[in-house]
Design a protein around this ligand. Structure first.
Ligand code: 5GP
Length: 361
């Protein structure tokens, strides 16, 4: 795995609460167990279990949200998740999360997001550039684009951008509130909107007004699309012309044709798709067809905590399952620069990072 860790990487599909370390979840569960909020022994095996159906995954998310819904904990997990990605050489991370409102603890969508931003600022193992480019200067020393050298030791740098997720359980008003929050927080690194949550819940027309508004306002859009068979919704999603989609597991031939003609990049989450049985086996995964037809794609983790994976493990899996060499995987990672939701200056700097790493591949 070490060989993959050293390669620079771009992660575009990572859910904050799905990427929490098991050790942190267990620690939080123990504390809530001691307070009598939950029974620790009932949840320990749920946290540590690896194989889960899609339905079980969403049950686990409900448990994780009980463990993490507190401003301080949101700040903590954001910090840890970014540090974990940076530790395996992710140089650009788009982290997505659903802003949550919880009146009983005085949490609004805005205060939730502020706690996330605190977590970004609290990262200390790596330099984080999270503001749009003209604001980056105050955030991170820009003298060296690749690794800043400080007191003789090399500092890593990671770009972080945020996507705000709309949960499919939400109302039109709640979805609209998330989009408005994203617009207000653009200067702080919020670049776009994601639609996620249990794919068998909710109607497209509930989210459509908010997504259309987001698009009109120039926010980037990525949608969880085709996780379950739903041809009408897939068509409607493609009609919106999102800048990327996630998963695309249950596309029929016509839908592939349309996706390919629109050239919309696909965020591929191999382990997640197999673990949740969204795709029967790795041998029949649509990665192969998309790769062979040179369709834009990016290898991502989805929920590194929930699926016990990492970007390095996903690269390793793609290489072994589809017979790709190190150079091909490196090229896939580099191609992903074109699909990021950031400005040309960030893209230029990322290309420099990849160019200087190329000789090592
Ligand atoms: P959060 O937004 O709370 O930071 O991250 C967890 C949430 O992301 C889950 O509650 C769910 O709404 C969404 N999510 C995580 N993984 C998946 C996935 O594989 N499919 C879908 N549709 N949603 C997901």
């Amino acid at each position: 795995m070490e060989g993959w860790v050293s390669m620079p990487k771009v992660e575009l599909h990572a859910h904050l609460n799905g990427s929490v370390r098991d050790s942190t979840l267990l620690e939080l569960a123990r504390v809530l167990g001691e307070k009598g909020v939950i029974v620790f022994s009932d949840v320990e095996h749920v946290i540590l279990k690896n194989e889960r159906s899609l339905t079980e995954v969403f049950r686990l998310f409900d448990l994780i949200h009980i463990l993490t819904t507190d401003h301080k904990i949101i700040t903590r997990i954001t910090k840890e998740v970014i540090e974990d990605f940076a530790s395996e050489n992710v140089v650009y991370l788009e982290l997505r999360t659903t802003p949550k409102k919880n009146d009983s603890i005085g949490m609004s969508k805005r205060s939730y997001l502020e706690a996330v931003l605190e977590g970004i600022k609290a990262v200390n193992t790596v330099d984080v550039a999270f503001r749009p480019h003209n604001a980056d200067v105050s955030n991170v020393k820009r003298s060296s684009l690749i690794n800043d050298t400080c007191n003789g030791s090399t500092r890593k740098k990671i770009y972080v951008r945020l996507l705000l997720s709309i949960d499919r359980r939400e109302t039109t008003e709640a979805a609209m509130e998330t989009v408005k929050l994203a617009l207000e927080m653009r200067d702080l690194g919020v670049v776009g909107i994601d639609l996620s949550g249990n794919p068998i819940v909710g109607e497209w027309m509930t989210f459509f007004p908010a997504l259309k508004f987001a698009r009109e306002q120039g926010l980037y859009i990525t949608l969880h699309c085709g996780e379950v068979p739903n041809p009408k919704e897939i068509q409607a999603m493609l009609d919106l012309l999102p800048q990327r989609i996630g998963h695309a597991c249950c596309f029929e031939e016509e839908e592939w044709k349309r996706l390919k003609s629109l050239n919309i990049p696909v965020e591929i989450c191999l382990t997640s798709n197999i673990r949740t049985n969204s795709v029967r086996s790795i041998e029949v995964h649509h990665f192969a067809d998309l790769y062979n037809s040179k369709h834009p794609l990016v290898i991502c983790t989805d929920d590194s905590g929930v699926f016990s994976t990492s970007v390095s493990k996903e690269y390793n899996l793609a290489a072994s399952a589809f017979g790709l060499g190190r150079r091909e995987i490196f090229q896939l990672a580099r191609n992903a620069i074109e699909y990021i939701f950031a400005d040309d200056e960030v893209k230029r700097e990322l290309k420099e990072i990849f160019n200087s790493a190329e000789l090592d591949q």
